[in-house]
Design a binder for this molecule. Sequence first.
Ligand SMILES: Cc1ncc(COP(=O)(O)O)c(C=O)c1O
Length: 404
Amino acid sequence: MTLNLDGLLSDRARVRGVDGVIGGLRRQKKDAIPLHYGYPYPDSYPLEEISSAARSSILEDGCESINYGGADLAEEFSRLVMQRLGKRGITCREEEMLVTSGSSQAINLVCSVFVDVGDRVLVEAPSYMGGLNSFRNFGADLVPIEVDELGIRTDELADRLSEWRAAGESMPKVLYSITNFNNPSGCTTCEPRRRELLDLAEEYGFLILEDDAYGELRFEGEDIPPLGAMDDRGVVVHVGSMSKILAPGVRLGWAVADERIIQMMNVHKADGGTSPLARTIVGAYLRETDMDARLEELRAGYRLRRDAAVGAMEEFMPQGCHWTVPEGGYFLWLTIPEGLDSDDMLDDMAEEGVKPLSGRQFYCDGRGARNFRISYSYPEPEAVRTGIELMARVIRRHMEAMEG
Ligand SMILES: Cc1ncc(COP(=O)(O)O)c(C=O)c1O
């Protein structure tokens, strides 16, 4: 007998169904070039160092390293993360920081604490599908705000907010922003717009959830202070992660915010504690590692890949295609000519031997048909180049078919 779930599902689960699955990974050649993974490149995983940190740290902290709570090295992890945040201008006390199972959990906790069904939440258009899905799971009414090369359009945001206020409509509770090297567009919000965001949050009384998964991976241009560093009014929840600078599988992230917010997020966490084992191992790893030197290497690795990607775009993409040129992070965002549909090309691209992601899943309002997210982070530069050449071949074919 199969259990009938109909009467058991929460309203949340009923509304969401099973549509949160990443699309775009359909028929594909096994050896297709992966331009869809938002993963670090394989050579960057410090396997030896993590293995030896695992052994020595567990022996050092003994049973407590794998008990609820963890011991000294688990604490060391928090201390070293706070130290790194401090270098970027984000100073916080212990009570203002929460270690989470990846930044995904921190995002979910913000939803849990702040979002009721029907609440307005502002999101960038385009934005990270994982973040969008978290807000959807909590029944948020997502409102897209455009992003351009200078980041989120604060002029558009200001107009929307003042219209809503004039009409007596409910105000948004949260704005979700990936300030550095946005996933998927690769764009970064410039400093003047960051200041405007903080002013608007204060004026209209909403919270900014700053997702800074890629903030330490700038390989070109000047660093811009994170909102978490610029905020002196307590309107920002800053979240970060080890996923892109070490390895996603350690599942370690954090949130920094006003102590009251952190306390409430902790109440809703209810998970028995973020893996003491992972914190112990990574605590020992960080203690032994010159992270500044490691980050320099990573930046060089991503710069090479970005250069390969942009070079291939210039060489192979047909006229009428446009793309962003990111100064850091993992992604660039391709726009194809009017009339084409990226979803319709995925199978052909997989046949050719390349797998990008199509654009629709990065918008909350069904747009994205003319976009691809190209992740250059994982393959070797040569493979990034070949992958883009193969994509271009398919796009050209579809353009020729459209033109008849
Ligand atoms: C913008 C952004 N935020 C959050 C995450 C999730 O990161 P974590 O592995 O820390 O949960 C990702 C992963 O791709 C991301 O791109």
